[in-house]
Design a protein around this ligand. Structure first.
Ligand code: ADX
Ligand code: SF4
Length: 259
């Protein structure tokens, strides 16, 4: 199955995000997204979408829930999520008839880390940061994907220097599953055009300078002109800012996270 979003419906990311006269499908590739999700659900009986509850992921969730596609939606509650993210999860219950499944870290692993290093030891070194992410995100993700035959993300190429080669479909060797990134080609403007048009609920932090949102202690607002992921793990260098849930096959061999 070939997924070529721009061949199905061409949308120009340079178009103003909210032109009153343009039809929605001219401002974001809705038909392409719908076709991709339907194709995934048709090919895989047990696919799941991983949602961080960020704006991109609200787009994909809205498309899955409103079309009632047989793709499960889950989130990883690390135990360090901002209140605004938990509030969004609550608001979604009033909006959609389907539930977001929540996976949490192993309590003993969290306790072990906190006793050995301290609750906020992730500021001290990249190793301690990655091991916190491993316990709170990577291990719960493996549990969330157990028994699945494909998974879907809300990753976009334009988000980061580590994501510029992101394919629409790839094989995730780390989990032994096909992985889909249906928003790979979407621009930030297209994401927001969808959210505004369809009045999709979104995280209140997005209106306070947080384009990318992860755990509370590891996310800050960005300043004018900074890149969209500048507020994630801001004390680390740009090419390292990944939590380890998106591990490329090459990276698996070398033990590094890349995308
Ligand atoms: S991260 O690796 O830096 O944390 P980012 O926040 O950009 O990732 O999100 C990229 C994609 O990873 C999301 O679109 C989503 O598919 C997945 N993801 C990230 N965080 C979570 C989470 N807490 N729960 C579920 N999926 C997540
Ligand atoms: Fe831990 Fe920060 Fe990673 Fe969250 S983002 S799991 S708090 S290191």
């Amino acid at each position: 199955m070939a997924l070529h979003a721009r061949q199905i419906l061409k949308a120009d990311s340079t178009v103003h995000p909210h032109p009153v006269s343009a039809a929605p499908e001219m401002r974001y590739p809705l038909i392409a997204l719908t076709s991709q999700l339907q194709a995934i659900a048709g090919e895989f009986r047990n696919a799941a979408f991983a949602s961080s509850l960020g704006a991109e992921d609200m787009v994909v969730t809205d498309a899955i829930f409103t079309q009632d596609l047989p793709i499960a939606v889950f989130t990883l509650d690390t135990g360090r999520l901002p209140d605004e993210t938990l509030d969004l999860l609550q608001r979604m219950r009033g909006r959609y008839s389907r539930e977001v499944e929540v996976f949490r870290p192993d309590a003993a692993d969290v306790q072990g880390y906190v006793s050995a290093h301290g609750a906020n030891a992730f500021y001290e070194s990249v190793e301690l940061r990655k091991s916190c992410c491993h316990i709170r995100k990577v291990a719960p993700l493996s549990r969330a994907l157990a028994g699945r035959d494909a998974w879907v993300t809300g990753l976009r190429r334009a988000q980061s220097v580590t994501r510029t080669d992101l394919p629409l479909r790839e094989f995730d060797a780390a989990h032994g599953l096909v992985k889909f990134n249906p928003l790979a080609e979407w621009s930030e403007q297209e994401v927001w055009a969808y959210v505004r048009d369809r009045e999709v609920p979104y995280n209140a932090l997005h209106d306070r300078g947080y384009p990318s949102i992860g755990c509370g202690p590891c996310t800050r607002a960005i300043r004018h002109g900074e890149d969209v992921r500048a507020g994630r793990w801001w004390w680390e260098s740009r090419d390292r800012k990944e939590c380890g849930i998106h591990l490329s096959p090459l990276a698996k061999q070398t033990g590094e996270t890349t995308t």
